[in-house]
Design a protein around this ligand. Structure first.
Ligand SMILES: Nc1ncnc2c1ncn2[C@@H]1O[C@H](COP(=O)(O)OP(=O)(O)OP(=O)(O)O)[C@@H](O)[C@H]1O
Length: 623
């Protein structure tokens, strides 16, 4: 006679929650039940170490799936449940923290909170009621005679029935009578089941078998029992036993890439606070949508081979968003939600750990395989820079991974290499901004710097200058633009003296150009060129304004400009002569106008009035 029992109050509430669950991923019930089956086989294996006889005839440890029109069956030959086990484990939530769970359940305000809570506590077996209106568990524990098997039945309505039955085979068979009101959600289908197993349970270490349709030649179909999961989780194998090809194959199959990864990082962390295995890949090519909003970064999460979620982004800082891979940790609960994970201390620890590892691998590449790193940089460098720009607190960790081309043979260098090579009298890390090397090299400001033998890093990417301004310094050496108005290259006193000597002329020029520039000064940056334009505001350089204007055409171009003149140039002498002769002459104002516009042209800035500029040049030519 079956005994009718009530579920524990808490369990009842949990069941109600499951049945009326708003949880969109109903499919996870299969993962839960398979993971329980796998745990049950684990437990049996453990027992069999002490006593190998308990396996008896039934040595092929596996999980069998089958289905008919109304039911799904999940069967294992694991440890099994006896009467007490079933009452205890299937009738109550046998977990510590149940009280807390229920307390919290009372305070719930909305559906999202509900999901978070489910995630936090894990619902395992009860998730079956998300898809089934009746669940039957038939089980024979390994150490019991067949007539001591049990049958446990519940409709999830607060009660269950339990009785002893006769069952010959060891282990547990679960029958789910599938609900009819699941709308779009279908489970009694070969292909759906196959897909779900691949997605969630592919790396369960026991075979999950099911009868499937095999398509033979000449269009013939046959039914065959097949193993649906690959079983082997590469990441749990010993590193020394894995060949490069295996890693590459695994990467390509799981992360949708045609190319082999550039680098594979596989490691285990077995600290006292957290345990996890990481299998990470640095792709060799950026995905086609890498630089778009559609791209999603993140690592896949597993708990002891069981898939939990895809692309969990909090584990990867933005600047490492190119990394693909997975983390397997027994500390993750199967039902954990993204929201809960976010606040978990473990996640912070794992994140720190993998970040350190990726950084050190990349640094090794820079040192030992520069060509490979350059290849990588050309694919992902922009992403690293943009990511770092958004998380500038991580400057210390990432700045040594940055590469820039420099005036030293136009090769890529790191900031630390720059620092090493700095001249004794050099105060700053000098940079120049432009969209090509040839443009930068022809800038008048480069003339004196080259002469002095200072190295200049070239900021060729739009994001570069923004980033450099955020970084502000490298190991306490300030970055300075070669176009910066306060860059001192020569003897400051000499320059100040020249400024003083010519202050009347400079004042006059400033007046003539008053609606165009903020100031007119002498400079020691120029050698062959008569003039250049610099920004008087280090925060918004002329180049940055150009970029901002490109992004938004309506933006006024208002970087504060300063016209700098080369006091050693013939043109300057000419200006002096004209000024002395007649400080109000048209010629003086024309030359000032031309010099200013010329400097704009060299800087690549559109002229306000090209026709007027051309006319003044023509006038000068015929004089
Ligand atoms: N196939 C099975 N064979 C033997 N025992 C089982 C089986 N399925 C469930 N159980 C028993 O029922 C208990 C409750 O399962 P449930 O899935 O709710 O929680 P759990 O597996 O302990 O936790 P979690 O699902 O969070 O890992 C299990 O601990 C186990 O003792």
């Amino acid at each position: 006679m079956a005994e009718r029992k009530q579920f524990q109050t808490e369990t009842k509430q949990l069941l109600d929650l499951m049945i009326n669950s708003i949880y969109t991923h109903k499919e996870i019930f299969l993962r839960e039940l398979i993971s329980n089956a796998s745990d049950a086989i684990d437990k049996l294996r453990f027992e069999s170490i002490k006593n190998p006889d308990i396996l008896g005839e039934d040595k092929n440890l596996c999980i069998n799936l089958s289905y008919d029109e109304e039911n799904l069956y999940i069967e294992d030959n694991g440890i099994g449940l006896n009467y007490e086990d079933a009452v205890e484990n299937l009738g109550t939530i046998a977990k510590s923290g149940t009280k807390v769970f229920m307390e919290k359940l009372k305070d719930l305000k909305n559906e999202k909170d509900e999901m978070d809570l489910i995630g936090q506590f894990g619902v395992g077996f009860y998730s079956a009621f998300m898809v089934a209106d009746e669940v039957i568990v038939e089980s024979l524990k390994y150490d019991q005679p067949s007539e001591k098997a049990i049958k446990w039945v519940s409709k999830g309505d607060g009660e269950y029935e339990i009785e002893n039955i006769n069952k010959e085979k060891r282990g547990t068979k679960i029958t789910l009578h599938i609900r009819k009101d699941l709308n779009d959600f279908k489970i009694l289908d070969e292909f759906i089941i196959k897909d779900l197993i691949k997605k969630y349970s592919n790396y369960i270490k026991y075979p999950i078998k099911m009868e499937v349709t095999e398509y033979k030649e000449e269009g013939k179909q046959e039914k065959e029992i097949k193993t649906l999961n690959s079983m082997e989780s590469l990441w749990r194998k010993n590193k020394s036993q894995i060949k490069d090809e295996e890693y590459n194959q695994f990467y390509k199959e799981n992360f949708y890439d045609w190319n082999d990864p550039l680098k594979t990082i596989h490691f285990k962390a077995e600290g006292s606070t957290i345990q996890f295995t990481a299998l990470l890949f640095i792709p060799s090519k950026a995905p086609f949508n890498y630089y778009t909003k559609e791209f999603k970064r993140g690592l896949n999460l597993y708990s002891k081979n069981v898939f939990i979620m895809e692309k969990y982004e909090e584990l990867l800082p933005k600047y490492f968003s190119f990394v693909k891979g997975l983390i397997d940790s027994p500390d993750f609960s199967l039902n954990i939600s993204r929201e809960i994970l976010q606040h978990s201390r473990n996640i912070e620890l794992i994140k720190k750990n993998i970040e350190k590892k990726i950084t050190s691998e990349l640094k090794t590449l820079i040192k030992d395989e520069r060509e490979k790193y350059i290849e990588f940089w050309e694919e992902f460098g922009r992403g690293i820079k943009a990511g770092l720009y958004e998380s500038i607190d991580s400057k210390d960790k990432v700045e040594d991974l940055l590469l820039f081309k420099s005036s030293n043979e136009n090769k890529y260098i790191t900031l630390s290499e720059y620092k090493e090579r700095m001249k004794e009298d050099q105060k700053y890390i000098l940079y120049a901004v432009g969209d090509s090397i040839s443009y930068i090299e022809s800038l008048p400001q480069m003339e004196m710097i080259k002469e002095k033998g200072f190295e200049v890093i070239y900021l060729l990417d739009e994001v570069d200058e923004f980033l450099i301004q955020m970084l502000n310094n490298y190991k306490e050496i300030e970055f300075k633009s070669i176009s910066s108005s306060d860059l001192e290259l020569g003897n400051k006193e000499e320059k100040d003296l020249k400024q003083e000597e010519n202050k009347d002329l400079l004042g006059k020029l400033k007046e003539l150009l008053k609606d165009k520039v903020e100031d007119v000064r002498v400079t020691d940056k120029l050698k062959k060129s008569p003039a250049c334009i610099v920004s008087s505001d280090d925060n918004i350089s002329i180049n940055m304004q150009k970029i901002l204007k490109q992004m938004d055409g309506n933006m006024p171009f208002n970087a504060k400009r300063v016209l700098e003149l080369n006091p050693e140039h013939q043109v300057f002498n000419k200006l002096k002569d004209i000024y002395q002769e007649d400080s109000d002459s048209i010629e003086l104002s024309d030359i000032a106008y031309i010099l200013y516009n010329q400097a704009l042209l060299v800087e690549g800035i559109e002229l306000e009035n090209p026709a007027e500029f051309a006319e003044k040049i023509s006038n000068l030519l015929i004089k």
